[in-house]
Design a protein around this ligand. Sequence first.
Ligand code: NAP
Length: 248
Amino acid sequence: MAAKLEGRVALVTGASRGLGRAIALKLAEEGARVALNYRSGELEARQVADEIIARGGTTFLLRGDVSVKEEARALVAKTIEHWGRLDILVNNAGITRDKSLKKLTDDDWTEVIAVNLNSVYYCTSAAMKAMSDQKFGRIVNISSFVGQAGNFGQTNYSASKGGIIAFTKSAAIELAKFNITVNAIAPGFTETDMLAKVAEPVRQQILAKIPMGRFGKPEEIAKAVAFLCTDGDYITGQQINVNGGVYM
Ligand code: NAP
């Protein structure tokens, strides 16, 4: 059976680790050529690229800070320059700077909004011209259940992730006529470096609240992203919850 994303070109931001890594591997497995963005983890990004190539896939690395508009837009431009098109954009790069509102600094606020939310606007606005010309685009934004439910110590993060959901809906309305779908995935707590930062007693408290009784795996998020790209032709403006039931 032919790979479903044969001939497609994807760009995944924050692809050196965690969810971005799993998403890049999955899209490559489905046949897409995948550009891998990273900011500081060149060695890790290179390992992801090596893994894709070892499995017969095609990829290249793109260093860039998605919170800087010129760098974010250059990621899109370089992917198009390299492969002549861009079909799939996964806005995945994200950070946390968790503190209660009382302790939160202006820098904690600004940095999280810049990396998590501004980047989605920069990359999407850069990608839409090529996608509109092609009359094909699949944009997947990685939000979080925290953007839906809120969470103690995450006002900055939840605002960025809730912002992504609202952005997704408006962009979906505007871009539908070009056959560009825009959707958000809202993962629950998933086993990555981001979750590893959480202290063990807090992890146990979180686990107790997840109906499925375990954390998610990056591959489970990646499957949902891939589905939107391979079979989600009539799905747009949606939030797909992949969260073990932690938020319904
Ligand atoms: P992670 O393991 O900490 O990885 C974050 C990735 O983002 C890394 O590849 C990192 O690249 C990249 N990154 C960070 N800042 C960047 C910047 N300014 N420019 C470019 N790349 C940047 O995190 P994760 O858990 O995989 O999270 C991925 C996404 O899923 C995030 O948007 C996160 O908010 C969301 N999410 C995660 C969970 C969870 O439980 N893990 C739950 C819900 C949503 P370098 O290392 O190369 O700097």
